[in-house]
Design a protein around this ligand. Structure first.
Ligand code: ADP
Ligand code: MG
Length: 384
């Protein structure tokens, strides 16, 4: 059995390396477990190849079956580690100078926060991508310390009704007020949030503490506004700067985004604050879709400026970056409509094909991996 796992793992690494050289938007789908024993589920098939079949409960015959295909599909039994195994290469490429954006999409309750943060900041086996990612970055930084000196900083903000709040401000009162800023373009073409506090981190423990503070600040405002966290986007940004022995510098950033719930709110049923929120959420998520579509169609104009979210993610969505969408699905029958709209949106995103991501600086490790992949490809071709 051990041998089998080893082969699977090696194949995965190869798969991930090849993915790395293909387009730079990939879509994974994660199906949440069902907790209520009574609930029926609509997912009928999950394939190793990334395919997924769901069944319309009102048409349980052949024409009610819909097939979707993504880069990967993770079923209800998939662990945080399973998911991270296929995310790790992307995270590691941040240390080589790539910009990376990972965003969790799906209706409220579909498992977005579980995937990104895991169990409320505790270092358990269920820790989410945010923690595993930072763990990994520190580990790599340590492993390469003789050749490259890395500086890692984090920021964490929330976008709510098109207003941005700093979740890591020491003075928690400050986080209740929107930042004045507008996102600035830096001289090297990146984007920065000059008004949001920037925290130097040296270990995973530093990060855990900051995330606890961020979650607390989020909770503080959510009690006043009734579970606001599902109606705001939270963005954890990791800034990496590396300086090698020759003195050259590489800069990159990693955005880890827990989006607002994608559910459509019936406009006839809500008024006031709720209606305003729903409109802002619909708008920013549809702006995200518009940006991705414009990129897919290679339009000369990409409408980044239409929302704070797309403006903030600009340099990790364009041709200069690698993007991973994690589409979350609640498989219960009652969620069928929302699941369909999540899957359709995800499918649209997965058709985006861009050139290879731009590397700010090629490290020998990446070169070696690429060479290895080329050799493997040749070996494969000669066998066929
Ligand atoms: P969202 O952030 O999309 O609103 P949550 O991440 O809060 O959803 O998930 C809703 C509930 O389901 C939480 O209690 C969470 O712990 C649980 N949950 C979600 N996904 C999983 C999973 N894959 N395995 C176990 N529990 C999960
Ligand atoms: Mg959540």
């Amino acid at each position: 059995a051990l041998g089998y796992h080893k082969v699977v793992k090696e194949n995965r690494n190869l798969y991930n390396m090849v993915q790395d050289l293909k387009g730079n938007i990939r879509v994974y789908c994660r199906i949440r477990p069902i907790f209520n024993a009574e609930a029926k589920d609509v997912v009928d098939f999950i394939g190793e190849d990334g395919s997924l079949v769901i069944v319309d409960p009102s048409k349980p015959h052949r024409d009610g079956r819909k097939v979707f295909r993504f880069n990967r599909v993770f079923g209800p039994l998939a662990t945080q580690d399973d998911l991270y195994m296929d995310t790790q290469p992307l995270i590691r490429s941040v240390m080589d100078g790539y910009n990376v954006c990972i965003f969790a999409y799906g209706q409220t309750g579909s498992g977005k926060t579980h995937t990104m943060s895991g169990i409320s900041g505790e270092l358990t086996k269920d820790m989410g991508i945010n923690y595993s990612a930072l763990n990994d970055l520190f580990e790599l930084s340590n492993r390469r310390k003789d050749n490259i000196t890395y500086d890692i900083h984090v920021q964490m903000v929330e976008i709510y009704n098109e207003q941005v709040r700093d979740l890591l401000a020491e003075d928690s009162a400050a986080s209740r007020y929107p930042l004045k800023w507008i996102i600035l373009c830096t001289s090297d073409g990146g984007l920065s949030l000059p008004d949001a506090t920037m925290h130097s981190v040296k270990s995973t423990a530093d990060v855990v503490n900051l995330m606890k503070l961020g979650d607390m600040n989020r909770v503080v405002s959510s009690t006043a506004l009734n579970n606001r966290s599902s109606r705001s986007h939270s963005v954890l940004t990791v800034h990496v700067q590396g300086k090698d022995v020759s003195g050259s510098i590489l800069r990159s950033c990693l955005h880890l985004v827990d989006l607002a719930g994608s559910e459509r709110v019936d406009k006839s049923e809500v008024t006031g604050e709720r209606l305003k929120e729903a409109q802002y959420i619909n708008r920013s998520l549809s702006c995200l879709g518009d940006v991705i579509t414009a990129l897919a169609q290679k339009n000369s104009h990409v409408p980044y400026r239409n929302s704070k979210l797309t403006l903030l993610l600009q340099d990790s969505l364009g041709g200069n970056a690698k993007t991973l969408m994690l589409a979350h699905v609640n498989p219960e029958r009652d969620s069928f409509g929302e699941s369909m709209s999540t899957l359709k949106f995800a499918q649209r995103v997965s058709t985006v094909e861009l050139g290879a991501a731009r590397l700010n600086k090629e490290t020998s490790e990446v070169m070696q991996l690429k060479e290895q992949v080329e050799n493997l490809k040749k070996a494969l071709a000669s066998k066929e």
